[in-house]
Ligand binder design. Structure first.
Ligand SMILES: Nc1ncnc2c1ncn2[C@@H]1O[C@H](COP(=O)(O)OP(=O)(O)OP(=O)(O)O)[C@@H](O)[C@H]1O
Ligand SMILES: [Mg+2]
Length: 474
């Protein structure tokens, strides 16, 4: 128990948050002397004011620190966001099994009979169909399978969008293949000759992927293509150490190449078709499981993005765009502190990715007053249900409420249905019959990828114009 006559010494620190300008600290030293149980003296011996500011700029360091600390500890839907970045190589490539198998068949001689032939394949397909990632995976796997069999295959991947002259390409081949060479003062032909000699001495092989090859054809010209591809024409006695994969969006990229070289390099073609919705769904699910915390992204969100991009649903079949949409939707959820990613976050993300809202806005001006009212009802319904599609019936109910609001006589069902058909024709709404699991058959209606808020604002403006400035009933 504390006895009278004793002294206690404290250091007290006060953290003060004056408005938003940050934390300042008051530190005081306090001496407490107990004279008796009921009487004591408190002496403040020292007060120190510590403004935590940058001495040069005067900015509050503590404030910056707090903002950053808060951002670091703020919960996020992401577990490992990097899995959604373009350079990330996923552990498996759903729906590219056939292409991998075909590449393996084409390059089989390199493993079973190395040196006998110089193999060339063309990988061709639209934007974001997995050409680069599949070729990279093929090249790195081939290297390790070959190594296990005692064959040294070096895989080189060159982006011709960046390195597009013959000199740049051969220098990059030398660098990635670990060929020690001082490149200064040598012509590309000399460098390439040296690369071949070196690889030959090492008894190694090269698999060279020339990505975005069209750029090389354009910049370096037909002769340069001839030089790289037909390297063994003049020396058929050499062991064939160099092999190529040419990656292109379309074979028209080879139109400038002479016809003999064209048929020579296009003997083996591996096509990458645009992804269908169902395929994108699998790709997106895999990324979701890697990038997000469990339970934050539902299958409805994945299905929605897959339908927006799927080639069978009118999209371009581009996996890159689909993955980017998922990333942006996650960021939209984070920025508003939501613990789950919703369809509306996807819509908002699509506002950045695709010009849907711009395209739709252009068509809106041709709609009649009641078409606009139906559209408004649809938007409100979609927002409330957080689903990609809602039933015709629920849109009709909402429409009648909205008519009351504007003092308008509601149109009948058949008329409303025609409005929907018309708006679908104009590309403003999507309509499809309900699948299984719904009582009876009804029409499900949705709106492409456009975010709802800006769309409703535009619809409201047009409704006002149609009503001659008359707004909602008070
Ligand atoms: N089957 C797949 N499984 C998993 N991810 C995939 C698959 N296909 C593509 N991706 C991913 O989609 C994105 C685009 O793929 P990639 O870069 O290979 O496309 P590309 O065909 O080379 O496109 P571009 O013509 O624009 O260069 C990458 O993030 C890639 O990892
Ligand atoms: Mg690519």
């Amino acid at each position: 128990m504390d006895l009278p006559g004793y002294s206690y010494y404290f250091e007290v620190t006060l953290n003060i948050h004056p408005g938003s300008i940050g934390i300042t600290i008051l530190r005081a030293s306090v001496l407490v002397v107990l004279h008796s149980i009921s009487w004591m003296k408190v002496l403040v011996t020292h007060v120190e004011y510590i403004p935590l500011r940058d001495p040069l700029s005067g900015a509050s360091l503590e404030s910056a620190r707090r903002i950053m600390e808060e951002a670091f500890i703020k919960p996020s839907v992401f577990r490992r966001k990097e899995a959604l970045y373009p350079e990330y190589v996923p552990p498996s490539l759903p729906h590219r099994e056939n292409q991998l198998r075909r590449l393996a068949e084409i390059f089989k001689p390199l493993i079973v009979n190395p040196g006998e032939a110089s193999i060339k394949a063309v990988v061709v397909g639209g934007v974001g169909t997995g050409k680069t990632v599949t070729t990279r995976v093929f090249g790195t796997e081939l290297r390790s399978i070959a190594r296990r069999r005692g064959i040294d295959v070096r895989y080189v991947h060159i982006n011709c969008h960046r390195d597009r002259t013959l000199y740049e390409v051969v220098s990059e081949i030398a660098r990635q293949a670990d060929v020690p060479i001082s490149q200064r003062g040598f012509s590309p032909h000399e460098i390439f000759g040296y690369v071949h000699q070196y690889i030959d001495r090492q008894r190694s092989f090269l698999l060279i992927a020339l990505d975005e090859f069209d750029y090389f054809v354009d910049a370096a010209g037909s002769d340069a293509v001839y030089f790289l591809m037909r390297v063994y024409d003049e020396h058929p006695e050499l062991t064939k150490r160099i092999n190529y994969i040419l990656i292109m969006r379309s074979l028209s990229g080879l139109s400038k190449v002479d016809s003999a070289t064209y048929s020579y390099v296009t003997r083996y073609i591996v096509s990458f078709e645009p992804y269908r919705s169902r395929e994108l769904r699998d790709i997106l699910r895999q990324r979701r499981d890697e990038a997000f915390h469990p339970g934050t992204v539902g299958d409805d969100v994945i299905g929605y993005i897959a339908d927006l991009e799927g080639s069978d649903k009118g999209g371009s079949g581009n996996a890159r765009a689909a993955i980017e949409t998922l990333l942006l939707a996650g960021e939209a959820a984070d920025s508003e502190g939501s613990q789950v990613v919703s369809v509306e976050h996807v819509r908002r993300a699509r506002g950045y990715v695709a010009p849907d809202v711009v395209t739709i806005s252009d068509s809106l001006q041709y709609l009649s007053l009641h078409e606009l009212l139906v559209l408004k009802a649809l938007i409100r319904n979609l927002r409330r249900s957080q689903a990609p599609y809602v039933t015709m019936g629920s849109v009709e109910n909402e429409y009648r409420d909205i008519c009351r609001l504007y003092d308008e006589k509601p149109r009948r069902h058949t008329q409303l249905y025609e409005y929907v058909v018309n708006m679908r024709r104009m590309g403003i709404v999507e309509a499809k019959p309900s699948g299984k699991g719904m009582r009876g058959r009804t029409t499900m209606i949705g709106i492409g990828g456009a975010p709802l808020d800006p769309l409703e604002k535009r619809v409201d403006e047009l409704i006002k114009v149609r009503l001659g400035g008359r707004g909602q009933r008070a």
